[in-house]
Design a protein around this ligand. Sequence first.
Ligand SMILES: Nc1ncnc2c1ncn2[C@@H]1O[C@H](COP(=O)(O)OP(=O)(O)OP(=O)(O)O)[C@@H](O)[C@H]1O
Ligand SMILES: [Mg+2]
Length: 240
Amino acid sequence: MSEELRKKCKSLRLAYIADIYNDVPFESPEQYLNTLFQEEFRLRDQAKAQRLIKKARFLDRKTLATYQWNDQIRFPSYLTKEELTSLRFIEDQQNVVLIGSPGTGKTHLATGLGRKACELGYDVRFYRVSHLVEELEMALKQNRLGALRKRILKFDLIILDEMGYLPFSKEGAELLFQLISECYEQKSLILSSNLEFSQWNRIFTDTRLTAALVDRLIHHAHILSFHGQSFRLTNALSKS
Ligand SMILES: Nc1ncnc2c1ncn2[C@@H]1O[C@H](COP(=O)(O)OP(=O)(O)OP(=O)(O)O)[C@@H](O)[C@H]1O
Ligand SMILES: [Mg+2]
């Protein structure tokens, strides 16, 4: 393509056409333009998904495609796998809570759902809860809590992984509570924990705060429970 044409594509903000126009089959002018534009849209969506995935900061590359839907995961009776993976819960500002024993696939499923959300164009952020609390505490100390909260509340879906693995300070617990309260009925959360709700007092120490937090979290939440042996253990045993 001539430099002049390339420039015209650029000023029309057509990022891909200059590179692909030669490879698109030509049958008629209308078909050609149609296919060309379709490709431009597809490549744009792909690049956007990659940007969102990077921004989400997942800790690994797990996807729904590699997730095995076995009987270790139990759904509430009204919810199907298809409904869950359609991600309608994001549109409805509902939460997904994954609770159960270690190594049963909670982080894998949360990451898989998060990646799919990015592919559909949602703004997602993956946090280990302990890191998020550290960030909130640091922001409070440095007088920039407002700005951090504002940034977090721009995401459509916030994944809070490993709730309850490490206890928080009183201040940390309050900061997390405030954030979850702000998300209530406004944002969608996916939360994973290996502690039953009845044991959350242990992480938050304050009983009233725990009750208020659990109440907000599970109103409009799909709660999935995970059972049985750890995948990590099964893997380690099968190797020996
Ligand atoms: N249903 C599954 N299908 C495919 N891989 C799985 C499944 N469940 C677990 N795994 C794999 O087993 C390993 C442990 O799973 P994962 O990290 O998701 O567990 P977890 O429930 O988050 O555990 P923890 O509570 O310790 O954080 C990962 O490598 C994950 O990919
Ligand atoms: Mg995990």
